[in-house]
Design a protein around this ligand. Structure first.
Ligand code: EPZ
Length: 422
């Protein structure tokens, strides 16, 4: 297994191009199942999760071609040959469950494995199931699979989510586009990835209003057509790279970034004393070398709150802040596995349930550390940028799931980072 070696190398400077959003692309790709016509996604990120979704769609009988070095995904699903998403694919990537709604709407049945737990939590699918049953599906859990069928097709319904689940919102909205009648989804997720999915579905002929708000209304249509859609910028990659100059000092411009994608995160970053400027090309971040950032308290929340997917990366910054910070993780039950690894680098972190108390230290010290999940792995690399000496991050296959060319992008702004084949 490869590792990434980071050596603290002083302030950074330059620019980093931000890729298309992994979590938007993983919802957009299953939308090809809703139509027989071609769906073309441009600005797609080059990630192993995208490859996994491609394999899944092909296993269902869809064509999914990756063009222009992976930045264009050309898909079509004329004749599906299967409606089964196997355990061995779903357990590796939970987002595989986003084929459930489209398959139900298109074929009237689907067998999708439950993902099982993952490093950050149990990840149940009860909200997906409740919503799809409200649309008229019959869903039974058997041998680890959700066996879903809607022999008479789906029909519009009034649905209120107990929690604004991103994935459940995506599955329900995609299924409702082909249901008979009107669906109103209350307490819907408001993430930018939902907005991007709805914009693509609308380009395919879906009739949907309210994306980005807590109430989405869908008028079912008989069929959807193809479309060409550009994937929205990845707000989590954006926030991650904004933290590089915040941690190491210097000035970096993140190209393609816009404030509306990361407003809550930027508010917190500015509160620590880091400067953020919106430019014509993206977001520029500046932190004077030597000036320590100030401690702040962070509580993760659904959009537009502070993103849980940036909590680990923010903790890396706060380990070197002046003062004591409290990070409260409200979305997932086990998302502090990066804390013991940061502690190996000299950080002072006390985790009690969903709250981590971080007492800032002047300087971290490089050490061998272990990546446990996608966002934890990149938080360790960020910590290594400011640490004294060498940090070796092991098990970086987690990283390849969500960050394209992370070594190239960081070296491009002066970081001393390399990938070592293992
Ligand atoms: C999406 O996961 C993202 N993944 C996650 O990003 C992200 O952390 C999460 O949304 C929250 O923003 C993709 O978009 C592919 P949820 P999802 O359903 O849809 C509970 C990353 O690092 N829940 O909003 O699975 C669940 O257990 C990944 O890129 C239920 O209880 O998130 C969790 O505690 C990690 N029942 C909370 O809701 C359900 O049926 C949020 O889950 C569904 C979810």
């Amino acid at each position: 297994m490869d590792s990434i070696v980071v050596t603290g190398n002083g302030p950074l400077s330059g620019e980093i191009a931000i890729a298309g959003a992994k979590n938007a692309c993983l919802a957009l790709m299953p939308a090809t199942l809703l139509t027989e016509e071609p769906l073309i996604l441009t600005g797609a990120p080059r990630l192993s999760d995208i490859k996994t979704m491609t394999v899944l769609l092909e296993s269902l009988g869809a064509d999914a071609a990756s063009l222009q070095d992976g930045q264009v995904l050309a898909m079509s699903s004329h004749d599906l040959k299967s409606t089964r998403a196997d355990y061995d694919i779903v357990r590796k990537m939970r987002a595989s469950n986003l084929v459930l709604g489209p398959l139900l709407a298109r074929e009237g049945h689907a067998e999708v494995s439950l993902p099982g737990g993952c490093a950050i939590g149990a990840r149940p699918m009860d909200l997906h199931q409740d919503g799809l049953e409200a649309l008229g599906a019959e869903i039974e859990l058997r041998d680890g699979y959700l066996h879903a069928k809607a022999a008479n097709g789906l029909r519009g319904a009034q649905i209120a989510l107990r929690f604004p689940s991103v994935g459940a919102t995506e599955n329900i909205v995609m299924a409702a586009t082909l249901a008979k009648g009107t669906t109103v989804l209350d307490n819907a997720a408001r993430e930018p990835e939902i907005v991007d999915l709805v914009r693509c579905l609308r380009a395919m002929g879906a009739q949907i209003e309210g994306e980005g708000t807590s109430r989405i209304e869908i008028q079912g249509v008989d069929r959807l057509g193809g479309a060409t859609h550009r994937v929205v910028t990845d707000r989590i990659e954006l926030g991650t790279y904004m933290l590089a100059p915040a941690i190491a000092g210097g000035e970096v411009e993140c190209l393609g970034g816009t404030l509306d994608l990361v407003q809550s995160f930027v508010d917190k970053l500015v509160e620590t004393g880091v400067e953020v400027e919106e430019t014509a090309r993206g977001l520029k971040v500046r932190r004077a070398p030597g000036a320590r950032v100030q401690a702040v308290d962070v509580e993760t929340a659904v959009f537009p709150g502070f993103p849980t997917d940036l909590q680990a990366q923010m903790m890396a910054l706060l380990t070197t802040a002046e003062g004591v910070s409290q990070l409260h993780e409200t979305i997932f039950e086990n998302r502090f596995m990066h804390a013991p690894e940061l502690t190996r680098m000299g950080a002072e972190i006390d985790v009690q349930g969903g709250t981590a108390t971080v007492t800032g230290v002047a300087r971290l010290k490089g050490a061998p550390v272990m990546a446990t999940d996608l966002r934890a792995s990149v938080s360790l690399i960020l910590a290594g940028l400011a640490a004294e000496g060498e940090t070796v991050v092991n098990r970086v296959y987690h990283l390849d799931r969500g960050y394209e060319q992370v070594v190239r992008k960081l070296r491009g702004v002066g970081a001393q980072v390399e990938r070592v084949k293992g």
